[in-house]
Structure formats: C-alpha cells, structure tokens
Design a protein. Structure first.
Length: 303
C-alpha cells in the first residue's frame, strides 16, 4: 500500500506560502522531498509534519489536512496507509501548545475515517504521551508545555465521548482504578472513555486509591470487571501486594480482573500474576466484553 504524498503546490497551500518558498526550503535541506523520474518534487506527509515541528512553523498542525479536497479524504488516506507517526506528530504538536480542540478534531476525523477509538488511543495518544514525557524528562520541553500537553490531551479524551457513536447501555458495571499516585492520568481517563463508549457504566476511582477502597466497591457492586491501570509505582513490592488483595476479592466475587500499563509489563510484576489478563494495548482492553464463557453470554442475553 502506497504512502501519502503531496506535490509542491499542495504543500505551499498547506503552509500558506508560495511555491518558490517551498522549493527554497527543500534546497536548503529544511524540508525533505524526493524527485520523481520526471524531476517533480514529492513530499511525504510525515516529512511535512517534521518540518513544522522542527522549525516551529506557525501554521496550525491541522492545516496540513484541509483544502486539498476535504479533511475526511486526506485523513482517510493517512489512516488507510497506516502512517500513524504522522497522526501522532499532529497530536503532539497540538498538545504542547495546549490546543485541545485540535486534538479532539483529530480523534473525530480519524474515527470517521474508519479508525476505532481504541486504535486511535494506541497509535496516536500513546506515542504522543511518550514523546511528551521523554522530552520533559530530558528538559527539551518546559514544565509549562508538559502541563499544557497533558491537560489538553485529557480534555480531548473526555470530550470524545460526545462526538462518536456510543453503544447502547449494556447494564454492566466496570470498576476502574490506579493503585499508584499518578499526577497525569490521561491513559486512565482514556480507558474510562473507551468503556463508556462501549456501553458500560464505569465507576472510576481515579488514581492513588488503595486495594481496600477497590475491594469495598467490588463487594458492594459485584461489577462485570475490575480494570487496574498503573504505569510507574514507587514501591514495586507494595504495589504487588495491593494487586494481590484485589485479585483475591475478584476471585471471591467471581469478577473478571484485567490490568494494563507499564507497571504490569515489568518482569518483576508479571511473574507474580501469571493468571491475570494483562492488556498491553487499548485494543486489548476493548475486548473485555468478550472475556466470558458461552454460557455467560447466553445468561446475559436472556436477562
């Protein structure tokens, strides 16, 4: 499958400059391109985004997507060609500028182009978050940009529920929680959004809760599933002990337990929970409704 390519005139329109400026940037090595056998310049979408990011170009990142035909047509081309790095670059650039509306628009347009919400979180949201966190850790972006980015992503993720088709309520409850004190809980909020779009009623305890708090809710509500999401607990031993408490409670109530996040992918943690369903992606979490036997499905359908 071919990649998304633009010609000089299209790039000039997107960046709101004349063609001679685009040609000069390519000659100076600032904007990558390649030439066809006929000598015409062609531009990869990813290289256009990289140029905008590297040189802090003033045009909105989403302006690489309009006016050629329509937003839908261009994003659909990018989604079909699986050039997810392009989309995550758009998300990152909008995030560090605090432009939540641009991020929300990006999620909506990729959804309309056929990309599931779970896939968008895996291929757009997660890479953007990783880049933001890595750049902040290496002092390449300021704390202000870091905070703006997380808040913008968080707001866009929550608002996405009102902009996509939601499944009918299925009368099932999912308890979500993080057993660590995480200041920026974008991925946890994305998980809640994913389940609510899928028709579940989500009881979200947020971050920094104890196993006892989770278990109290489990015994009181007898939920369909408990989902724990954690990234970097300060004390691994204590974290494992807390998860074990929740595991015992879910076994006592015959509740499904599914977990995810970097904390559960670490070998020191995984070896303690061989029987737990560990979801390495949002697309895995999206399959929670199918974590049941055929008999359970029949019983539910007959209710």
């Amino acid at each position: 499958m071919g990649e998304v390519l633009f010609n000089t005139n299209e790039v000039a329109n997107m960046l709101q400059v004349d063609k001679s400026t685009v040609k000069r940037w390519t000659d100076e090595g600032k904007l990558k391109c390649f030439r066809t056998p006929g000598g015409h310049r062609k531009f990869r979408a990813d290289d256009v985004y990289s140029f905008m990011s590297s040189f802090n170009y003033g045009v909105s990142t989403l302006q690489v997507l309009p006016q050629l035909a329509s937003d839908e047509v261009i994003i659909k081309r990018i989604v079909q060609n699986k050039e997810f790095s392009v989309l995550s670059s758009v998300c990152f650039n909008a995030a560090i500028k605090g432009k939540k509306d641009e991020i929300l628009t990006l999620f909506i347009e990729t959804y309309r182009a056929g990309m599931s919400v779970a896939a968008a979180f895996d291929h757009i949201l997660r890479p953007s978050l990783k880049k933001i966190n890595d750049m902040h850790a290496s002092n390449k972006i300021s704390f202000t940009e870091y905070q703006l980015a997380h808040n913008a992503l968080s707001s866009a993720v929550v608002q996405l529920q009102d902009s996509v088709q939601r499944s009918a309520k299925n009368n099932r409850v999912i308890v979500c929680a993080s057993l660590e004190q995480e200041r920026n809980d974008v991925e946890s909020k994305a998980l809640v959004t994913l389940f609510e779009i899928d028709g579940f009623t989500v009881l979200n305890l947020g971050t920094g809760v104890s196993a006892d708090a989770v278990n109290h809710l489990v015994f009181r509500t007898k939920p369909f599933a408990v989902c724990l999401y954690s990234c970097a607990p300060a004390d691994t031993e204590k974290f494992v002990a807390e998860v074990e408490k929740v595991l015992h409670a879910t076994k006592d109530t015959m509740t499904r337990l599914v977990v995810g996040g970097k904390a559960f992918e670490a070998e020191a943690v995984r070896e303690n929970f061989v029987g737990i369903r560990i979801c390495p992606s949002f697309q895995e979490f999206a399959l929670v409704r199918y974590h049941e036997s055929a008999e359970e499905v029949r019983q539910y359908d007959n209710q």
